[in-house]
Write a protein that binds this ligand. Structure first.
Ligand SMILES: C[S@@+](CC[C@H](N)C(=O)[O-])C[C@H]1O[C@@H](n2cnc3c(N)ncnc32)[C@H](O)[C@@H]1O
Length: 302
């Protein structure tokens, strides 16, 4: 590929999605974009580049950007974040949401859906949830192909063998030929939609918990800072942000601070909240606070 063609494609992908492609990723660009070229009846990448240069066709641009996303995901990825959700984050926030009994959770780069479904399964399993609680889960991703896959809730044998406890497979999936289909009740609990983290996030509303895992890692520093700032504005003052194991806010954003002793979890700083979150029940401000009393078992969101 000619250097100027690589530069054009890399700039296009960065501007549209935030994803940074360095020269050493040229092989990735070629291997992923050849099928895109063929899908538009083009024989070479040069022809694809020419079309982008000449008419900036939005369908072609979308397909190029979609093909360059890395969609690796698995059920209960890293496990610890889901244990933290069950043992720490939910009890704390539920205590503070007793009056509304409602919580909104956002999986902000949901890929093929394993993350939001893991959250939904965990919520169903969580026996401390009391009657009348409603959990809304929004799952978004830039990639239309991934959102469609996530929505379908259909996984291969290989995918369900990665991270999913066998008892959850039995309980929440039905075999369908050589695939596994997730329980429709779980699917109905989640709203899926395509959404670009670089766009205005305000139409999405406010969230109590945000999972933004393993996506910032692909962005450059200014884009990470911009996205973190936009996410901070979409969070309740006492809301909690999850990042991936290789991601941090440190040195990037002054809107979030790490939750002491809880790797991967972040709360808003006073700068982000305008000083409104310093209630004694705030997760970081009350380490000595006893855990809320156990709630009777109940199906989630019903
Ligand atoms: C590696 S996956 C992470 C999936 C899941 N969060 C996890 O941790 O397993 C990264 C996802 O980020 C999505 N993505 C990349 N750029 C994005 C953007 N600008 N807006 C929204 N999603 C984006 C990709 O399409 C991809 O599905």
């Amino acid at each position: 590929m000619k250097p100027e063609d690589f530069t054009l494609l890399a700039n296009l992908v960065r501007d549209q999605s935030g994803l940074v492609l360095t020269q050493e990723k040229i092989y990735l660009l070629e291997s992923r974009l050849m099928p895109v070229a063929r899908s538009f009846n083009l024989k070479t990448l040069e022809e694809l580049v020419q079309i982008i240069r000449q008419r900036n066709d939005s369908q072609v641009v979308k397909a190029v950007v979609d093909a360059m996303t890395t969609n690796e995901s698995l059920f209960f990825r890293d496990m610890k974040p889901f244990n933290q959700l069950k043992d720490l984050v939910l009890p704390r926030l539920m205590e503070k949401r007793q009056s509304t009994r409602r919580m909104r959770i956002w999986s902000a780069a949901c890929s093929s859906g394993q993350e939001p479904y893991s959250i939904a399964m965990m919520l169903k399993e969580e026996t401390r949830l009391s009657a009348g609680w409603k959990f809304d889960i929004l799952a978004t991703d830039l990639s239309l192909a991934m959102v469609e896959r996530a929505k379908s809730g259909v996984y291969s044998q290989f995918e369900v063998q990665r991270g999913l406890p066998i008892n959850y497979l039995v309980k929440y999936f039905k075999q369908d030929g050589d695939k596994w289909r997730i329980d429709s009740a779980l699917r109905e609990n989640i709203q899926f939609k395509t959404y670009n983290l670089l766009h205005d996030l305000s139409p999405l509303g406010q969230f109590d918990i945000v999972f933004c895992r393993n996506v910032l890692i692909y962005f450059d520093q200014p884009t990470k800072a911009k996205v973190l700032e936009a996410i901070s504005k979409r969070m309740a003052p006492d809301g909690i942000l999850y990042l991936g194991g290789a991601e941090t806010v440190l040195g990037i954003s002054d809107r979030f601070q790490p939750m002491p002793g809880e790797r991967g979890l972040y709360t808003l700083t006073d700068l982000a909240t305008g000083g409104t979150k310093s209630s004694p029940a705030s997760p970081t401000a009350s380490p000595a606070k006893p855990a809320p009393p156990p709630f009777p078992a109940r199906t989630v969101g019903r």
